[in-house]
Design a protein around this ligand. Structure first.
Ligand code: ADP
Ligand code: ADP
Length: 226
């Protein structure tokens, strides 16, 4: 069963002369453990696609399924609930809470989800080690390098065992060597946890290391070579 499926998805903005058809009968299937890179020019619809996959926006028609569950008929509350339990986000900027340690930042989503502090901390330690930042667990974000901050942000996104990890330019703010390390850490995480990942990036060298590269053209998600 695929972890993420878009079928016949339409997403338009505006009407008449100002109508923008961003996605027009778009399809996409991402399997468990698969890392798909999304490479497309600015304005092509990358953010729109990530928002639809992350249940932050709804298509005008078509279906988005997460682990086989259709989402088009869910209430707002149902969508929010499903998003919080199945989707993890990574952004270009880490958005970690500055007054908390790396460990506390990663534990927090689990405490909010109802885990005990002991469970939250054990999971946070496991994830920080997996992402090779275990030695920074007790440091605050300002004490970490850019690459370490992003790896902690990835650990936080994975805290509640998401089925789908969405990343919008996760290495956009990093130098090439650091980008490599962060991408590798993300890849290790996807393999270890068996999530489906969709990663928007402008970095062609990194995109080539994904399992598959897609782009958006004429409102469709299609295979891409870079
Ligand atoms: P990308 O992330 O690839 O740069 P976006 O998904 O942000 O692309 O935007 C795709 C297109 O949809 C752009 O032409 C953008 O102007 C338009 N668009 C995005 N969001 C809105 C909105 N809320 N209202 C109107 N147009 C929008
Ligand atoms: P909440 O937990 O309050 O429902 P989220 O953490 O889901 O909110 O999202 C917070 C903000 O992050 C949103 O306002 C949205 O603009 C942005 N965001 C969320 N998901 C994505 C994504 N996949 N790509 C880009 N931006 C996103």
């Amino acid at each position: 069963k695929p972890f993420l499926t878009l079928s016949g998805v339409h997403r338009h903005y505006g009407e008449g002369q100002t109508e923008v058809r961003v996605l027009d009968a778009a399809d996409l299937v991402v399997q468990s453990g698969e890392l798909v890179a999304l490479v497309a020019p600015s304005g092509a619809g990358k953010s729109t696609l990530l928002h639809l996959c992350g249940l932050l926006e709804s298509p005008q028609s078509g279906e988005v399924e997460i682990v086989g569950e259709p989402t088009s008929k869910l209430s707002d509350r149902g969508r929010t609930q499903l998003r919080r339990t199945t989707v993890g986000y990574v952004y270009q900027f880490h958005h970690l809470l500055p007054e908390f340690s790396a460990l506390e930042n990663v534990a927090m989503p689990q405490l909010i989800a109802g885990k005990t502090p002991a469970e939250g901390h054990a999971r946070a330690e496991e994830l920080l080690a997996l992402l090779d930042v275990g030695h920074r667990a007790h440091h605050r974000p300002a004490e970490l390098s850019g690459g370490e901050q992003q790896r902690v942000a990835i650990a936080r996104a994975a805290a509640n065992h998401p089925k789908v990890i969405l990343a919008d330019e996760p290495t956009g703010n990093l130098d090439p060597g650091t980008s490599d390390l962060v991408f590798e850490a993300l890849q290790n995480l996807i393999r270890a946890e068996g999530a489906a990942a969709l990663i928007a990036t402008h970095n062609h060298d990194l995109a080539r290391r994904a399992d598959r590269i897609v782009t958006i053209r004429d409102g469709k998600v299609i295979p891409h070579m870079v």
